[in-house]
Write a protein that binds this ligand. Sequence first.
Ligand code: GTP
Ligand code: MG
Length: 413
Amino acid sequence: IIKSIINKCPRCVHYKNSDRKTPLDVAIDNQSSIEIIATLLLYNPITKTTKLKWFPWYQLLFKKKTPYSSHRVYGPLIQMLQSTSYDSIVRLHICGDGGAGKTTLKRSILANINSHFTYKVSESKRTIGLEIESFTDRGIKWIVYDYGGQEEYHINHSRFLRTNNSIYVIVMNLCEFIGSNGETLQVPIPLTNVKILELSGRYKYWLKFINVSTSTNGCNAHVITCLNGKSFIKNKEIINNVNQMILNIQSQWMNDSEHHNHIEFINDKNGILLIDSIYTSSIRFKVLPILRNEAMKLKLKSNNNFQFVENMLVIRDTTSALVDVCRRSELLTFISNTFTTILSNNLRYDLSEASIAQLDMIGEILILNHYDGDDPLVITNPNKLSCNILGEIAKALKERRNQLLRDNRYMGL
Ligand SMILES: Nc1nc2c(ncn2[C@@H]2O[C@H](COP(=O)(O)OP(=O)(O)OP(=O)(O)O)[C@@H](O)[C@H]2O)c(=O)[nH]1
Ligand SMILES: [Mg+2]
């Protein structure tokens, strides 16, 4: 409401009441919530001369001083908001089987964001568990979830897939990129006919996985499908057949009344996205425009205009004070203590509550609400838990299982 009032009448932020106080002063006096104070701060125009300068991001991008920058109380708050603000958060989940090219796709996307040159990204290692990375593009903060495609990691993925403001990419490979000993093949081998037919089962598997994981958050999952390794398939007919096969699965899926459908398919005008994830050009012209378009749609829906959680993440990642699992109240106190003491207690409390809500929303922490007692348990570093701990356990289990299988004494069991 405040934002739309300011948009309609930008000068209202300067109007003073009979006590000569601006809306911001009144909000601070009344200990209004941090969302209100931040909105008033961020939307506070620095000058009335040009239209562009009314735009709040102008202030943020060029770090112009607002009338409150040097204020004792607002100053640190503005600084914090300026250093960690973006229009919206979008999560990108990259799903698909092991070796399909997910990590390569992620790296190509990041390379495109950081450079306008076209090049080939380098080889990647197999992903253990899950890797979370983030980047900012056109005022939107992207959080990329790169899932380990090997089956032993799948069980843990559903926790992360189930988040708001998400876009899902399913990557399927048209060639084998990895040899039988785990080495990257210099020349990828096109899939055999049998393997191509298996793709349809694998596609349905990932659709079901996403559908089930997202069914509890009330949002539709926007699914983008990529077929990777197109340059190695010389026979156009194979590509057309696979394209048609996937489109058929999509229309069957939409007509199937048996499951409660949460999926919306996003294709391009030619059908499924055919890519070579290793080359940034393929990503720039095919994947990125669709991702940006989807992100814009999500941005319009979301009313989440500023975040200030990055400070928290830095604190979490650089201090050992915050343990990997703690109670919500402990986390609240911990975060609250990180704010400068010149902020009032109420404001610090609001900031901490808002930080926890944002951290939870972007999947940086996991709150186990009904775990045990009234004070929920919080996993403060799910990435670490997933990659380092569960990933290592899954890897060890797999190695052990393989060893047992190799061991003749157990073959008969
Ligand atoms: N030539 C070529 N190689 C590719 C392409 N995409 C991926 N690769 C190679 O295939 C190997 C596996 O790719 P990744 O991106 O690591 O696969 P992934 O899906 O992340 O695999 P997991 O992490 O095990 O799930 C890497 O060594 C890549 O260099 C491609 O488009 N062309
Ligand atoms: Mg990977």
